[in-house]
Design a protein around this ligand. Sequence first.
Ligand SMILES: NC(=O)c1ccc[n+]([C@@H]2O[C@H](COP(=O)([O-])OP(=O)(O)OC[C@H]3O[C@@H](n4cnc5c(N)ncnc54)[C@H](O)[C@@H]3O)[C@@H](O)[C@H]2O)c1
Length: 255
Amino acid sequence: MEPASRPDGTPVVVVTGAGSGLGRATAERFARGGWYCLLVGRTPSKLEATAALLDGGPGCSIAALDVADPGAMDEAVRRLVCERGRVDALVANAGINPVRASALETSDEAWRETLRVNLDGVHRSCKAVLPHMIERRHGAIVAVASIAGRTGMAARGAYGPSKAAVVQYVRNLAVDHGHQGIRANSVSPGFVVTDLNRAWLESLPEDALERLVGRHLLGLGAPENVADAVHFLCSDESSWITGVDLPVDGGYLAH
Ligand SMILES: NC(=O)c1ccc[n+]([C@@H]2O[C@H](COP(=O)([O-])OP(=O)(O)OC[C@H]3O[C@@H](n4cnc5c(N)ncnc54)[C@H](O)[C@@H]3O)[C@@H](O)[C@H]2O)c1
């Protein structure tokens, strides 16, 4: 089911990390569903490439910024609300995994940067949209966490904790703002080949790659698999779902 058409116009979604991978596929999914998209990311050329894919949708705009930069998301959302009058959904998807190492082997700098983008970035994105959503007593937030935040995984010393924290952060948002008409959920994707992990996956010995793929009962995922789940969690089809973390992992966590 596509978003119910409301008397006050086209629904509006903010997608962070929209210049590639899961964020790009998510923006495409929303545009296909009739949503206006604000595409947020660091690199203008990548955001413009995503915008070019949204031709059939009701429109989009671009905000090139660092999601963890204090004030940057506030300003982008303020401008969006001035122009469109509303923000119905946030997909807090931007994330990094700058180092694949145990916690012991992770430098302080990599630790701080991982937490800054993956956790502070989600927090600042949510803080930017929440006042507008609360004013209209309507809104859905979906954060993109990871199976690495749900189960032990080698060499994810900073990334895993950052994603586990996102799951708990969103659960608390659901509790604090449910009575104000806000739903908050997360998804925990399994492995999907994107810029985030392509080089690492290609560097794995064949048997290690086979083991990793085999842990996914349905094989590796595609960005569209995650995009469909995120869209569902922002749509009226999930209007009684809040405070959950949905694994979108081809059965990885069940295995
Ligand atoms: N690909 C996977 O297997 C997988 C699995 C689980 C979770 N995830 C999560 O999915 C999300 C999307 O990752 P992806 O796989 O599409 O990788 P990706 O590298 O293609 O996309 C991440 C996007 O976030 C943007 N970004 C990074 N830091 C930013 C910042 N500070 N401010 C604004 N934008 C920023 C990047 O420019 C990039 O476009 C991430 O949160 C990642 O942790 C991915």
